[in-house]
Ligand binder design. Sequence first.
Ligand code: URA
Length: 281
Amino acid sequence: MPWNERQRAMLREMGLRVWTSAVAVPASAAPGARTSARAPEPARQPTRTEAREPSPESPRAASPEPGVPAPAAGHAAAPLDAGALEAVARLDWPGLRQTVADCQACRLCESRKQTVFGVGHPRAHWMIVGEAPGAQEDEQGEPFVGAAGQLLDAMLRALGLDRTDEGDPASRVFIANTLKCRPPGNRNPQPDEMQRCEPFLVRQIQLVQPRIILAMGRFAVQALLRTNEPIGRLRGRVHRYQDVPLVVTYHPAYLLRNLPDKARAWEDLCLAADLMDGEPR
Ligand code: URA
């Protein structure tokens, strides 16, 4: 079956070659999809977020940037007690937003410029969960505003989705991160930070009530599916977060450096879109 215009648009937006031949080519087998998705872009200076080589597991590198302090022991985060968890679980949207803005539950409050709550329609049918704010997100208070965010927006556009906070919730996404504060130097989130921040994400999902969740990258997957399985082994099938279908895919920052995997990410988005449409494409 030839690709339809939406599929072509998605490929274009993701920087993959758009085949004009009437011959159907599955994305995973498409010539160029794995090796030469498009002409290489002119070299540019990596942003701080991208400064280290990302892995499929995480867009961040395994070791922190030189000069980045290890997490300070002074503000180690103890697990939230049951009362605090219950309080977060009762918050409404404005209360949750304010609680996140005021949060001092872990050491990240000391280095952040601001918290990054999330962006999008508060009842969006789609929810995207990423990792943690980077430098630009910390500056602007919005998730995915850097180069990875531009790719994410392009992918969403190809599906007819966007992050605006009004209009038809069926064509809107809410974008949140596993951590609401930037880890200094873009180091990986620490387990205690993830544990402290998790109730906020849980409550966001409860309030948004998405019909589908896209978990992007290792830390989102760890938080939502409680597994250390690699992305490559989790993608391509439908998981569940509570009752919500969840699709695992690569993090956009990883895709920026690994063009061939864009084709796989495209397949993941198609899987999610199929679920939402209830029809194969
Ligand atoms: N990477 C993420 O996971 N989230 C952001 O908000 C920005 C980059």
